[in-house]
Design a protein around this ligand. Structure first.
Ligand SMILES: Cc1cc2nc3c(=O)[nH]c(=O)nc-3n(C[C@H](O)[C@H](O)[C@H](O)COP(=O)(O)OP(=O)(O)OC[C@H]3O[C@@H](n4cnc5c(N)ncnc54)[C@H](O)[C@@H]3O)c2cc1C
Length: 384
């Protein structure tokens, strides 16, 4: 059942991790990252910290060597790590491999070749779905996979693919029947990046520092055994992973909003204008009150969705609430924090502007806010 208070063991986990973030990460957060990479030494240092806290491989199921954390526990971790910008956008760089659920469905030789090396840290994978003409609406993708004997021949272009340049293989979404679209027309293939016909194209520069890639596929021959989950099942497999990712977005956003509130409150108490601290002004107090209240609402949404999923209950719409509400709420929070800091909030030697840029991007990536609202609206129109 959903609770308004965290179980005692998760409160302890949160407190221990908060101490680590406050003492070991926040003091070095302005120097630990360069673009989308760690500066030398920091990744190992933080990984060691996570190992000591029992959080190494936290996103890996127990049967594959992970600590067996549920989604509520993981949400607590993502929220705490969300309070700092000491890590480039992906927390898995310090908490061990995050494997999309697609790979856990592999069996036999495919499991040996793809899943296990990723879990051991020997191979890296990227997820290639977005295309120039298919972002929010991936079912309209133009990349095709055509069966040819015991192979598929794949042609198309993928865009904005994170980590493609360092990946050994990609989890590629391609249309096996364009007329069916999301209803059985999209399939998932595992494609080695060194397969003839796979080329890295443009590398994009983003305002957050992430540098995703374009991937061009020209007559790429992939063995039929590299089709995952059967023809036409790709979309369902991808959506399953993206569903858990929506709760993660919400959880991380809670951390961003909490840090924004901490910084905004602390500065408002110190900064004196017209003879009084900002915190004495009702205009500023109301901003802080709204930030706090919205943060608490978001936290409950995340705990509810995570608890329902941990209990094996249906929580599709609740997961959408997390991504939409919390990513928007955290952006409002960091934006208000920036406003309260005045010119100081715009300075590059403060964490605020980087948190602002990063949080702005989450309103677009992995499901833009408008798409989240569309799904929620569909639910509302049915339910009321
Ligand atoms: C840094 C970065 C990393 C990424 N990494 C990956 C990756 O690893 N793998 C991958 O596959 N993709 C990746 N993406 C792609 C990302 O998921 C897409 O950019 C995102 O899904 C939005 O698609 P789009 O850019 O084509 O926007 P569009 O789909 O063109 O949407 C444009 C705008 O219109 C809105 N909109 C669209 N449809 C509607 C509608 N029906 N009603 C109202 N509004 C609508 C959208 O919400 C958005 O605001 C990445 C993107 C970035 C920027």
């Amino acid at each position: 059942m959903v609770s308004f208070v965290l179980p005692e063991e998760l409160q302890m986990l949160r407190d221990n991790l908060r101490r680590y973030v406050d003492n070991e990460m926040i003091p070095v957060e302005m120097e630990s990252v360069d673009g989308d990479e760690f500066r030398p030494g920091f990744q190992t240092r933080f990984q060691d910290g996570m190992k000591k806290l029992g959080l190494w491989m936290m996103d890996v199921p127990e049967e594959f060597g992970g600590p067996g954390l549920g989604l509520l526990a993981k949400s607590v971790v993502w929220s705490e790590l969300g309070r700092t910008i000491a890590i480039p956008a992906r927390e898995d760089q310090i908490t061990g491999p995050t494997v999309r659920s697609i790979l856990y469905s592999l069996q036999g030789e495919m499991r040996e070749k793809y899943l296990l090396p990723v879990l051991r840290g020997e191979k890296r994978a990227c997820f290639a779905q977005t295309e120039p003409d298919a972002g929010s609406d991936p079912a309209s993708m133009r990349t095709t996979a055509v069966r040819d004997g015991d192979h598929y021949v794949i042609n198309g272009v993928k865009r904005y693919i994170t980590g493609a340049g360092k990946s050994d293989f990609m989890q590629l979404m391609a249309a096996t029947d364009r007329s069916l679209g999301s209803r059985g027309g999209i399939s998932c293939f595992l494609v080695d990046m060194n397969t003839p016909g796979v080329k890295l194209g443009a590398r994009y520069q983003t305002m957050m520092g992430d540098r995703p890639w374009e991937i061009v596929l020209e007559d790429v021959r992939v063995p039929a055994s590299h089709l995952v989950g059967g023809e036409g099942k790709g979309f369902t497999l991808a959506q399953k992973w993206l569903g858990a990712g929506r709760v993660k977005h919400g959880a991380r956003a809670i951390g961003v909003a909490e840090r924004a509130l901490e910084m905004a409150t602390s500065y408002a108490k110190q900064r004196v204008t017209f003879g009084k601290p900002l915190s004495d002004r009702q205009g500023i107090q109301w901003k802080l009150a709204d930030m706090y209240m919205e943060l608490e609402v978001g936290r409950l949404l995340v705990w509810r969705a995570a608890s329902l999923i941990d209990e094996g209950q249906e929580a599709r719409v609740e997961a959408y609430h997390c991504k939409y509400y919390c990513d928007e709420m955290a952006f409002r929070a960091i934006d208000t924090c920036m406003q309260i800091h005045g010119g100081l909030g715009l300075m590059k030697d403060m964490p605020i502007e980087r948190m602002w840029r990063q949080q702005r991007s989450y309103r677009i990536t992995e499901g833009a806010s408008e798409v989240m609202r569309t799904v929620i609206a569909r639910h509302v129109l049915k339910a009321f």
